[in-house]
Design a protein around this ligand. Structure first.
Ligand code: PLP
Length: 482
């Protein structure tokens, strides 16, 4: 985002792109929305997009693509083996991370599967990480290992002014390595830590973690899915990197880690994924699995058109106008909501604006899924689809008990270059109304609960008729308005 000061109003985000293609949106009347959320079992993942106005579920595969990306798709080489498209992508990744090897995969969780299967090679292993991501944890657990979350204490504080809340606690990492070095298949660091509010990791922390790993011979892995936001925050919040080119920062990060994997649905604004590595032995171990689970080594389950778009998308990640757009919009939303005293995660992170459902719905106990209830309520009053990121997104323990999440958040993702400022202002307005009427919102309970990744397709019902009452109040206050 260019440094633009305004004359007549406070500073606000300014789009450094223009709209060339649009998709028509629907904002259905509130009674239709009530019916839609009920049919979806109060799970926003199960809403049909035709019933959604602003889709803030995720930034995964839903970022706007550039004219350059679309143009590149036309030159894709669709040879099964040896495609030129693959070599262009490989060269781009080698350029930005300085890593010799690249293995393609169809998306981020496929990389997690390949890493877990090839590196977790004995029972009772443990994977230290700053914080888990749902699919990463599910794959690690599937191969019998457990995760150890060793994020700094402030990472779990909803309100904070720590600029790098995604940092790992280095002492805890040292202690774990000292105690269980032989049981650690790899250390996983997640940039732009998803489940704690898109919070970044500092360069110093990247450096310290990887030094500790190197000294003790433990493999270091970076999940770079949300690296674009993290790069922006390194430049914006670390004085030492303010004037360092983004490419230099990426290459420094690439020089630190043994392995970098990413979801290209996020990094690079396309659809796909991949694993970059320095070490030949590790590459060979993982490579064996690619043709088995993903596809031949020069496409790995990705469409070649998406791979061309990804190559350009990665190149565009080197542009500050590009990587600053979403964080600036998120900051605007967080600042406006904070000014209204509405509890949100601070400081503003990447990925989206995160509402603190635990505090907003302090009258709804955690066993009744306050974040899920708030996400359903927000959809009813606005047509906005957010994502529950709280206890519903956890898995049950082996003994059937339910772990309560550290945070109960509703994530309102702002996919890159997708929404306009007036749409963000509409979201702020409806959240404000909902906050004023929060006492009307009740809890939820499961009616169908899948065993794995239950938040994707589990179904829930409201504990009472609170949703009808909420809709009635909306009609009283807004009349005929959608
Ligand atoms: C940090 C992180 N890692 C991994 C993944 C999984 O990527 P994918 O959705 O492409 O499987 C995601 C997806 O949201 C993510 O945010």
């Amino acid at each position: 985002m260019a440094e633009v000061k305004f004359f007549g109003s406070a500073d606000m985000p300014l789009e450094m792109h223009k709209v060339k293609i649009i998709q028509k949106l629907n904002l259905r009347p509130i009674d239709d929305r009530l019916a839609a959320i009920s049919e979806a079992g109060n799970n926003t993942f199960l809403l049909k997009n035709r019933d959604v106005f602003l889709d803030m579920l995720t930034d995964s595969g839903s970022n706007a693509m550039s004219d350059r990306q679309l143009a590149a798709m036309m030159v894709a080489d669709d040879s099964y083996a040896g495609s030129e498209t693959y070599y262009r992508l490989e060269a781009k990744l080698q350029e930005i991370f300085g890593m010799k090897y690249f293995l393609p995969a169809h998306q981020g969780r496929a990389c997690e599967h390949l890493l877990a299967q090839s590196l977790i090679n004995k029972p009772n292993m443990i994977v230290p990480m700053n914080y888990h991501f749902t699919t990463a944890k599910a794959h690690i657990s599937r191969f019998g290992a457990e995760v150890a979350e060793i994020i700094i204490d402030e990472g779990l504080a909803v309100k904070s002014d720590n600029p790098f809340k995604g940092n790992m606690n280095l002492q805890k990492l040292r202690d774990l390595i000292n105690a269980r070095k032989d049981d650690i298949p790899f250390v996983r660091v997640e940039s732009g830590t998803n489940l704690v509010g898109g919070q970044p990791v500092s360069m110093a922390n990247f450096r310290d973690i990887t030094n500790i790993c190197r000294e003790s011979g433990v493999i270091s892995v970076l999940d770079a899915s949300l690296l674009a936001d993290n790069l922006y925050f390194i430049k914006a919040r670390d004085e030492a990197y303010k004037n360092v080119p983004i490419l230099t920062i990426m290459r420094e990060i690439g020089s630190l880690f043994d392995i970098i994997y990413f979801s290209a649905r996020k990094l690079g604004c396309a659809r796909g994924g991949g694993i970059c590595l320095h070490r030949e032995d590790l590459m060979e171990r993982i490579r064996e699995l690619v043709p088995l689970f993903e596809g031949f080594l020069t496409y790995g389950g990705m469409s070649v058109r998406e791979m061309e778009a990804l190559t350009v998308g990665l190149d565009e990640t080197l542009d500050m106008d590009m990587i600053s757009q979403a964080p600036q919009f998120i900051k605007h939303m967080v600042d406006e909501l904070s000014a209204m005293n509405i509890p949100v995660v601070t400081p503003a992170g990447g990925l989206g604006c995160h509402l603190n459902a635990r505090e907003i719905l302090s009258h709804v106990p955690q066993e009744k899924y306050p974040a899920g209830a708030l996400a359903a309520a927000l959809y009813i009053v606005s047509g906005i689809r957010g994502m529950e990121r709280g206890t519903l997104s956890e898995q049950r323990n082996k003994d059937g008990t339910e772990p309560m999440a550290h945070m109960e958040l509703v994530r309102l993702a702002l996919p890159r270059r997708v929404f306009t400022l007036s749409q963000v202002k509409f979201a702020i307005d409806r959240i404000n109304w909902l906050y004023q009427n929060r006492h009307l919102i009740g809890g939820l309970h499961f009616t169908e609960e899948p065993k794995i990744l239950r938040f994707f397709f589990g179904k829930l019902a409201p504990d009472s008729d609170w949703q009808l009452k909420l809709a009635e109040k909306f009609k009283t206050d807004f009349g005929e308005s959608l």
